[in-house]
Design a protein around this ligand. Sequence first.
Ligand code: GAR
Length: 194
Amino acid sequence: MVKLTGSNKIYCAVFISGRGTNLKSIYNYSKKRYSKIILKLVISNRSNATGIIFAKKHKIKTIVVNYSNKLEAEKKILKNLKNNKIELVCLAGFMKILSKSFLKYFKHNIINIHPSLLPRYKGLKTHERVISNKEKFSGCTVHFVSEKLDSGKIILQKKVKLLKLDTPKKLAKRVLKEENKLYPKAIDKILSNA
Ligand code: GAR
């Protein structure tokens, strides 16, 4: 894992594909005096992602990557991570799967947030599946990224209780609120242990 020396902060990149509420919470954390990161770069596969507008407004460097050729896309991402001395990558609603060789290059320094209590409900449509299985709880997980989808070591989780009249939309909203609180805590945790 990343090594922190003294009061140093590390450079962090956030990868997004859409709305960017987790990006916003990571940004807000990065602005705290006690934060251990400098949010240096936002990378997206979509130029019209709302999170890109947020990043530009806050003068964070943005890179939009065309994913029609995955190999080229990852080459461009790696080059930018290197040039910007990025040491921690936070996936926040980034809907592309990173290749094995990409993960190898960045070993242990890529984390992700997922809207379920992993290892349960990996993949997409988590809230729909949780509700149709009549679960009592759902939640969210921040974990290290490994070669298998939504499977790396868990850093932090937060439970969310299901309500009688829950719909996927209502549940997603309550889980997202917890995600936004959990992500900064997870970053802080891994960097405190570094
Ligand atoms: C979040 O709910 C996040 O957990 C999910 O995408 C959403 C992004 O929201 N990620 C995944 O499902 C990845 N498997 P945001 O753009 O508002 O942060």
